[in-house]
Every structure is written in C-alpha cells, then in structure tokens.
Design a protein around this ligand. Structure first.
Ligand code: AGP
Length: 612
C-alpha cells in the first residue's frame, strides 16, 4: 500500500520526510521517492526502486534539501516497480505530485494530455494527474484553484500531495477514497496518509474528509469541502495510549484489537472502492487481465485465516459464479492436487510467514498449473506477499493478541472485495446488487460499532460459561464458518472444549451430547435459512440444552426458559458473517477473563507458526 508524507517548514524537511516514510514501511511498498523545493535551485527529486534505505543511501551520496517537500512509498499498480514509475511525478520542472489510489480514466486523460503536447515518462496512472494540474495551472496561476478544477476530471480513488515552484510556500492536498491527515506543528505543518508517519513531529492532527482539498502553509491551513466551501475540521490531540504496541485503556490487547475493528475495516476499504464498484487494480497491475481468465479458485490457509476462506467460498460461488475449493494448508501441501485450468491460487494469512501456508504456495508455484497466485495478507513485507503474483493487503495494523480478531474481519472484507472484483470483471455480478453491496461495505464500520456497543450484555452472558467444560457452536450457510471461528476463539483463550457444527448436522450425531451442562451458541441472521435454524434450536431445547442466540432484531426470536437471545442490528445477509463474528469474539474474551486465563498469550500457542 502506498504512503504519503509532506512538510512545509522553515527548516530543511528532508529528514522529516524520510523518517515519515520509514514509519510507513510496514504497509508494504516496492519503491520510494522524495521531491523538494529549494528556493534558489527549484524543484529536485530522488527516487529508488526498492527500500527506503536505498533512497536514504542515494540521498547521503547526493543530498537534497528544501523547506517544502513531498515523499512517497509506492506499491505498484500501473507499471512495474521501477525508478521511472516511482513517485513523485513531475510536470516540467515546476510541479510535483505524489498519489495514493487508482485513477480509472487515466488512459483517456493520457491521450488528451499527449495531444496537448505533454510528454509522459512513466507507465503510471499518477502521471496524468501532474500534467492535468499543469494544464489547469496555466489558466489559473493558483495551485489550489488548479487542483479544484483537476480533481473534477479524475475518476477513481486518490489521496494527493502537490507542490509547485510557482507557490513555494504551500503544500496542496486532496482526498477522495484514500485517507490523508494534516499534522499541525509550531510554525510548520505536515501531511501524511497515516498519522503514524508524523508522530515524531507532532501530536495534533486534522483528518481530511471525503472530497476535501487543503492548502497547507507554515502558519496557515485552509480546507475546502466537496462543494468548494471553506470549512473548519476538528483538531484531534493524539494520546500516547493509542500506540499500537500499547494496551492503552484496555486490559488486554485482544480487547483493544476487537474494538479497533471499525477503524481497521475502514482502512482496509480505503482506496479500493469507487462510487459504485470495486477498483480491480487494487489487486495489482495485471489483476484485470488475470481476473478475466479465472475459472476456478483454490484457497489455502490455516486456523482463523482458513475460516475466512470458508466464508469466501460461499461468496465466490454465490456472487461471482466461480467454483471454489478450500483446504487447510497442512493437508494441501502434502497431497497430489488436480489443478483445474484457469485456477487462481489464493493464500490467506495474517502474518504471511505461516510455514504450512508458505509451503502450499511454493508447491502451487512449482506445480505450474495455476493461473496466478494471490496473497491476502496483513504484512506487506512478508514472504507470502513477496512470493505471490498478486497481493491484497489487509490494513489491520499489528495484531499482538495470539487470538486473531481484527485480522479475521479485515480478511473477510478483503475477500468480499476480491469476490466483487472477480464478479465485476467476469460480468457475473448483478449491477444493482453490486451497487447495494458497495454501499453496505461503506456502512459496515458503523454497523460494527453498533455490535461492539453490546459488550456489556455479552459480558453478562459470559457468566453462563464460567463453570462449563464443553460447548457447541451452530450456524448455517456462511454462518457455519463464523461458528467455527467462534469455537476456535473460545477454546484458544478460555480452554473450554468447543465444537462447531452446521446446525443441520445436529441430529446426525452431536445432539447426543446436548444436556443442561452443554451451552449451545448460535448465530442467526435473518435469511432464508432462519426457519430451518429455528427448528434446530427446538431440537436443542427439547433435550434441555441452554441456548445463547445472537439473532437479527427482526428474526422473531425471544428470550425464554433456557434461551438467551441477544439482538443484533439488521444487516445485509452477505455482510452478516463479518458482523456476527464480533459478539463471538467478545463472548470468548469475557469467558477467558472470568476463568483467569492468559488472554493475550494462551498456553501452548504462538502468534506466528513459522515451523511445521
Ligand atoms: C487464531 O486465533 C490463531 N492465531 C491461528 O489459528 C492463526 O489464525 C493461524 O495460525 C494462521 O496464522 P496466519 O493467519 O498468520 O497464517
């Protein structure tokens, strides 16, 4: 994922820009660059393919200094990760731009600008922005006015930072679909795609909203909203407790990470949605061409990541009409697999270093029969990412608790984006449904917040489990893997034996276990399987089993003797697996706390299983 840093100050800003880029390295990137305006010598840049350390070495050999500058780490989408494609991009020697996101109409704009005499030196979509701005600047002479005109012609997603020798006292920014934050200093101001990049210079931030354009000077900040009206945006003071490796006000990392889910889901969506569709290029430069050839998907993962893949199988077959197989990596890697023509190999991993998943990927590549490999991963620098053809990075941030929580929900979001992208490219996804789902995805962070607000209710319910030794988790359809994930969470951190079943399987065996000592946890969204699920719940009650049901508020399920119903906000059935995961995480957490286990580091388990 790309990163942006910018600064305007009275001192040389090069060290600030480089430190900012280093702080963004964890997001994953493949080239880096910086551009500075020196009042005497004008605009200069230094770019390198590879790591920020290589950029630093180049700057040590040939230093650049200036009081106004922008910098970037690039994750290639259009054009290979070369120096020529690295940002900042220039128009002449007066204008420089860095860009996060994807410009969908770049080909048409490129032709128009070429016809006007602009010469392109890269294969990127970003270069059209800088020449378009140059064209607008000819007319207005003012950078902010030119930017306001230019963004009207851009389709897709962008976070932009712009500098020009014409107005060497200001840094311009524009946000649409890709986040930007302004850092406020004393007599100096900063810009970044993530406040983490600026933590070394300030603790005061202003977050830009969708459609905002900002003009940042040393001692002045002006923001215009999407309608061009001048607006004030709230100033936020950063508190130490918000540090990723710090529990802050939370008792455990796991709880902190559960509560981060609205934010990290939002981040995972950023830069990947256009108005009414998914930006296919977010999966890599060759994604559109490759996706058109996908006939089958093979998913491989372990543990929680495997459960995410299981949900994706329902989505891929239902929404994109693509056959999908899924297998745990430890089995997949040791058997002879018959590969169907046109199969996309998808590996899912929070860490990207899980030995079995990595071995499965290597086997798949060695087999040579797969169309391509795609890694869905939370660590941009991991082996899995480096060895795959395509990548979608989740933006969960560091996950410290051994029990995976925010990594799972961001994986689900990534897998739904993949499903929609494949459905779009293959023309299998109904337009109205696609538009509806994109809207629902935008609303998802707020819905997750509503689910987290039920924490107290769930804490009370957890008391039912404190003395129990066994539990059952039930779900149907795409909620079956959610039940599996709920059972895994409970056994991992509370050491209570938990098993998950598709509810329809109850009477084929597990019903024999049900009695008053075996709580049965069920997830019950309001879908076409609800009535069947209700019958399964009757089967449990008839045997004296105690039911804990997380049910859609419109499902018509009520509290009663031995039945505890927690009402969930109504949500589109496709997104229900993401929402219904949260109460199960909270339940496990509170049960573990009651039982006094080591929540963040459960016995016998490691965060990243890098050995067989
Ligand atoms: C889940 O809570 C566990 N931490 C575990 O199952 C984990 O998901 C599994 O080891 C896979 O890890 P990965 O996603 O880093 O590959």
């Amino acid at each position: 994922m790309c990163g942006i840093v910018g600064a305007v100050a009275e001192r040389n800003v090069t060290p600030i820009l480089i430190e900012g880029l280093k702080r963004l390295e964890y997001r994953g990137y493949d080239s880096a660059g910086v551009a500075l305006i020196d009042e005497r010598d004008g605009l200069h840049r230094c770019r390198r393919a590879g790591k920020v350390s290589e950029l630093q070495a180049a700057l040590a050999a040939a230093p650049l200094a200036g009081r106004l500058g922008i910098a970037h780490t690039r994750w290639a989408t259009h054009g290979a990760p070369t120096e020529a494609n690295a940002h900042p991009h220039f128009s002449g020697h007066e204008l420089a731009v860095v860009h996060n996101g994807i410009i969908e109409n770049h080909e048409a704009l490129r032709e128009q600008l070429k016809a006007k005499g602009y010469v392109f030196t890269s294969q990127t979509d970003t270069e059209v922005i800088v020449h378009l701005l140059a064209e607008k600047l000819k007319g207005t002479g003012d950078l902010a006015a030119a930017l306001k005109q230019a963004v009207k012609e851009l389709h897709g997603a962008y976070g932009l930072a712009v500098i020009s020798t014409r107005q060497p006292d200001r840094l311009l920014a524009a946000r649409s679909g890709s986040p930007l934050v302004i850092g406020l200093g004393l007599g100096e101001n900063f810009l970044a795609s993530d406040q983490l990049a600026l933590r070394q210079v300030t603790d005061r931030f202003v977050y830009l909203e969708e459609g905002d354009i900002a003009e940042i000077q040393r001692d002045r900040l002006t923001i215009w909203d999407v309608d061009g009206q001048s607006v004030e945006r709230e100033q936020v003071q950063y508190h130490e407790g918000a540090e990723a490796a710090d529990k802050g006000a939370y008792r455990h990392f796991m709880l902190k990470e559960i509560f981060e889910q609205p934010d990290v889901v939002q981040r995972t969506l950023e830069g990947r949605l256009a108005n009414d569709h998914v930006l296919v290029q977010a999966f890599g430069p060759q994604a559109a061409e490759l996706f058109a050839r996908v006939r089958n998907v093979q998913i491989v993962a372990c543990g929680t990541s495997y459960h995410a893949g299981m949900v994706a199988r329902y989505w891929l077959e239902d929404l994109a009409g693509i056959p999908c197989q899924i297998e745990v990596a430890s089995e997949f890697r040791y058997r002879k697999v018959v590969v169907q023509p046109g199969t996309l190999f998808v590996s899912i991993s929070q860490s990207g270093e899980t030995a079995d998943t990595l071995a499965a990927l290597r086997n798949a590549r060695a087999d040579g029969g797969y169309l391509a490999s795609l890694a869905l991963c939370n660590v941009g620098t991991s082996s899995l990412v480096r060895e795959s053809d395509l990548t979608l990075l989740t933006q969960a941030g560091p996950e410290i608790g051994v029990a995976s929580t925010k990594a799972f929900t961001t994986q689900l979001v990534g897998l739904l984006l993949l499903t929609l992208a494949l459905g779009q490219v293959r023309g299998k996804l109904d337009n109205a449904l696609r538009i509806e789902l994109v809207e629902e995805l935008r609303r998802l962070p707020a819905r997750l917040g509503e689910a987290l607000a039920m924490d107290r209710t769930i804490e009370k319910i957890s008391e039912l489990f404190a003395e129990k030794h066994h539990t059952l988790f039930l779900g149907r359809g795409a909620q079956y893997p959610v039940a599996m994930e709920g059972a895994l969470k409970l056994k991992e951190i509370s050491y209570i034996h938990a098993e998950a079943y598709p509810a329809g399987e109850l009477k084929h065996g597990p019903l024999a276990l049900v009695d008053a000592d075996m709580p049965v946890v069920t997830v019950a969204p309001n879908n076409e399987l609800l009535e069947k699920l209700k019958s399964n719940l009757q089967e449990v009650r008839a045997r004296g089993g105690e039911l804990i049901v997380f049910a859609d508020e419109q499902a018509g399920l009520e509290n009663g003797e031995g039945t505890h119903v927690v009402n969930m906000p109504h949500i589109h059935d496709i997104l229900a697996p993401i929402l219904y995961t949260l109460p199960l995480q909270l339940l496990s957490y509170h049960v573990a706390v009651l039982r006094g286990t080591d929540v963040d580091q459960p016995r016998n388990l490691a965060k990243s299983v890098t050995v067989e």
